[in-house]
Design a binder for this molecule. Structure first.
Ligand SMILES: O=C(CO)COP(=O)(O)O
Length: 247
């Protein structure tokens, strides 16, 4: 890991009722001053309550998705402005589960990322190849293509984070070889540096079966600046172990 302050982000996906907020209190008590930024993205129903539970501590709160529009006739959707109004400071866009379950293409993800910036949220833009794409030797093509198509206009190292999440590593316990993570993150670094004036300091997260037991090795990769964590972000003990590894 480089001099960039790492970010360890948790994506609770469709998990968590109010009772789970005790995990945030436990995390804050155990890690009052971590050596990385910490973000938790609960379901939209919990954003406001999590902001309250995390008050005064190091944990920032974000959404898992937003609509591209600010408001309007979009039943069931949440705008970036609503996430900000609830106290959120970031939003994940383009997660592979959104791309797969809701047919979101790069143009949709880009519009959502631009909505995030419009609302002064940090956009966490996800990219990643499927197993078939990796087996076909297309990993870099796919990931760099998604990056080019999903990057918001106006992106800077301060307002945009890229998360590389190989689809086949999500929730499977399978993690790419360190050499493979290195190859993709080096390519992402070159791409953001070529495109943005301050791309050299943009945070590039790895996601997919990050655990306390493998986090230190992954975070030691030069162009990995933290992680996007699913299952292991649900419990303070696990997530705390990953936060400690980012120090
Ligand atoms: O999809 C992920 C985070 O967005 C990764 O999920 P897991 O950490 O459960 O593999």
């Amino acid at each position: 890991m480089s001099l960039i302050r790492p970010l360890v982000a948790g994506n609770w996906k469709m998990n968590g009722l109010r009772a789970a907020l005790t995990e945030v209190e436990a995390l804050t008590a155990a890690h009052p001053a971590p050596a990385c930024d910490v973000l938790l993205c609960p379901p939209a129903t919990l954003i406001g309550a999590m902001v309250a539970a995390a008050a005064g501590g190091p944990v920032s709160v974000g959404g898992q998705d937003c609509h591209a529009a600010q408001s309007g006739a979009h039943t069931g959707d949440t705008s970036a402005e609503m996430i900000a109004d609830a106290g959120g400071t970031a939003v994940i866009v383009g997660h592979s589960e959104r791309r797969a379950d809701h047919g979101e293409d790069d143009a949709t993800v880009k519009a959502k990322a631009e909505a995030a910036l419009r609302a002064n949220l940090v956009a966490v833009v996800c990219v990643g190849e499927t197993e078939a794409e990796r087996d076909a030797g297309r990993t870099l093509d796919v990931v760099l293509g998604q990056l080019a198509g999903s990057m918001p206009q106006g992106a800077t190292a301060a307002n945009t984070v890229i998360a590389y999440e190989p689809v086949w590593a999500i929730g499977t316990g399978r993690v790419p070889e360190i050499a493979d993570i290195t190859e993709v993150h080096d390519a992402l670094r070159k791409a953001v540096s070529d495109r943005l004036g301050d791309g050299a300091s943009m945070r590039l997260l790895y996601g997919g079966s990050v655990k306390p037991s493998n986090a230190a090795e992954i975070f030691a990769v030069e162009n990995v600046n933290g992680g996007l964590v699913g299952g292991a972000s649900l419990k303070a003990a696990d997530f705390g172990g990953i936060i400690a590894a980012a120090g």
